[in-house]
Design a protein. Structure first.
Length: 340
């Protein structure tokens, strides 16, 4: 395992720290961001017995509470449930919630191994923190009660039941927990890690997710006055020469097959779509730009980085009768369900 892990850690280390756009987060509450699979279908199952699940008693995770500075020891069960509560609406289908639970568990296991191999000083010995700008979202039970309100009993029970059914399992590739990236909704096809982050990952590739096209707020429009656009671009791209013609300040140059802007021009500079997304606080890097009078109109498609599992796509598959295994097989091809 250590040999595989050391090699894997060299592969886009930063990706392990890139959170999804959670459905619910502490940082941004407004984001509220039957055929068995076989190996021939590209999805192996290791350590799974349909009659009896393996014993599961993993050591707790260490979570740094950034507000108090304390390191909390959280059982794997409580962590996975808290992560699903933070990352996916309880209204989603049970099989989608199960898929999210496996992805959340996998993310946590990969991060724990990463910290064992190469500790992050700021974590002070923890596996991760509750800072959702760097790590996967997670709610304690008290926070879940506060967020869920009157629906706590019903929604917590639903998510807990889903998590319990898949708790012993994670996703692996080459015997290492995968980079279990996920996002709210794609632009119709998920994006490859290579296009999104610059390095290929064998299982983070483009897959069909056209059900996302009917997701709520799939297409969003934002308008910027000339002053707003100029200020945002100059702040993000220091030294960029914008000139007097607003229509030359921001334009799309190249787009991936999945719809992500790969290159855009900001005045005299060429930047990535991801950089523009960050600079203008856009919902995704799949966008187009048009100019109307003294305004720039930017229309985005989807929500999040677009890599890995689409949460709305997973829910659509669940509503059509797909199992959690089928959902994970679709969004993380050629990976293995492994007993943790």
């Amino acid at each position: 395992m250590k040999k595989h892990l050391a090699a894997a850690l060299l592969l886009i280390v930063s990706v392990t720290l890139i959170p999804a756009v959670p459905a619910l987060t502490k940082r941004t509450p407004a984001n509220v961001k039957g055929v068995p699979l076989t190996q021939q279908e590209g999805y192996a199952v290791s350590g799974e017995n349909t009659a009896e699940k393996p014993d599961f008693n993993a050591s707790p995770y260490k979570v740094l509470d950034t507000e108090s500075g304390q390191i909390l020891e959280v059982s794997v069960r409580d962590y996975v449930i808290g992560a699903v509560c933070a990352e996916m609406p309880a209204s989603f289908g049970k099989e989608a919630l199960k898929a999210q639970a496996v992805a959340a568990h996998t993310y946590a296991e990969r991060q724990r191994l990463r910290e064992q191999e190469s500790p992050t000083p700021e974590l002070c010995g923890a596996d991760f923190s509750d800072d959702t700008s760097k790590y996967q979202g997670f709610f304690t039970k008290d926070e879940i009660k506060e967020r869920f309100g009157d629906r706590f009993d019903t929604d917590y029970a639903k998510i807990s039941a889903a998590a319990d059914e898949v708790l012993p399992y994670i996703l692996t590739y080459d015997n290492v927990p995968i980079i279990a990236a996920f996002h709210s909704m794609s632009a119709g096809f998920t994006e490859s890690a290579e296009n999104a982050w610059g390095s290929p990952v064998e299982y983070l590739v483009e897959v069909d997710s056209r059900s996302d096209l009917t997701a709520p707020k799939f297409r969003e429009e934002r308008r910027f006055t000339a002053a707003e656009l100029k200020a945002a671009l100059e702040a993000a791209f220091d030294g960029a020469v914008l000139g007097d013609d607003m229509t030359s300040w921001l334009n799309v140059l190249t787009v991936s097959d999945s719809g992500t802007v790969l290159e855009a021009s900001v005045g005299d500079r060429t930047v990535t779509g991801g950089q523009v997304r960050s600079a203008l606080d856009l919902r995704s890097a799949a966008f187009d730009v048009r100019y109307e009078g003294d305004e720039a109109v930017i229309t985005t498609k989807g929500f999040g980085h677009g890599v890995g599992m689409s949460q709305y796509g997973a829910d659509a598959m669940a509503s059509e009768g797909s199992s959690w295994r089928e959902i994970l097989a679709h969004y993380y091809p050629n990976c293995t369900i492994t007993a943790a």
